[in-house]
Design a protein around this ligand. Sequence first.
Ligand SMILES: Cc1cc2nc3c(=O)[nH]c(=O)nc-3n(C[C@H](O)[C@H](O)[C@H](O)COP(=O)(O)O)c2cc1C
Length: 269
Amino acid sequence: MNDRPQRNGDTEDPMRGRPDRKPVIAQMLAHRSIRKYTTRMPSDRTIKTIVRAGQQAAFAAQLYSVILTKDRAKHPFQAPLLFTVCVDFHKMGQIMKRRGWKWVSNDLYGLLLGIQDAACMAQNMVLAAESLGLGTCFLGHTPFAADQLAKEFKLPQRVFPLVQVAMGYPAEKPPARPRYPMDFVLFEKRYPRIAGAQLRRAMKTMDDGYLAQGYYRNVKLMLPLVTGQKETFDFDTYSWTEHISRKWGQWEKSPKRLRDLMGRRGLKV
Ligand SMILES: Cc1cc2nc3c(=O)[nH]c(=O)nc-3n(C[C@H](O)[C@H](O)[C@H](O)COP(=O)(O)O)c2cc1C
């Protein structure tokens, strides 16, 4: 591994200037989420290529299904395509029934593997789509819409909507969003103490990166303080580490809502 100290931007293009650079890595490093789309509808052939590439992801048990809708008017960002990626225990249950087996494994175990199956598949779809000139955006709120999506898509019991992926041809070219420096992600042999200069550098990389792009100012987004504390940030200071802390420091304290949603879908967690 390279021992050179990390500077801002080091994570942006580690393959720059390397003659052995592979097109697939260039594609991965060009990733940006897209939140503005043209009205152009991808062809069926393009859609099938993307889904087929998604399917070839590694799997534990293919515990997923994907529902496609093409109703721009109803989709986030008016994207032409919306894929609802579900963790699916129903199909496996049917296979097992035919084989004379009953599902006895606990659903937490099933979920851990099913989420990985679904996420690997979705990310492969995203990469394939981007390689064909399309843009994508994951939508993480999906589990909270499980009741409504189950009704809309007639999902059988034991199928749980995990994440949605908006897709279409991009109508914007956003800059690359920052990532942590690699020394905050990859730990060789042992996990370090997360403190001091390394922690400050990681936070600064993220915050300076988002501030330089004017990200939260442009989207006019500052998560409110639900405790009634006085706001001390403005768009010159509010950045990613404060934003993400406000989520994990305020939202969904109790697991009850998610457990109930999963329970209504036939999952026991
Ligand atoms: C699981 C997951 C859920 C996400 N949910 C949302 C979302 O609800 N809305 C949104 O605009 N972006 C969402 N994103 C996109 C992230 O905001 C985006 O990937 C991140 O800010 C980094 O930016 P980039 O993808 O352009 O590099 C999600 C991404 C993932 C992987």
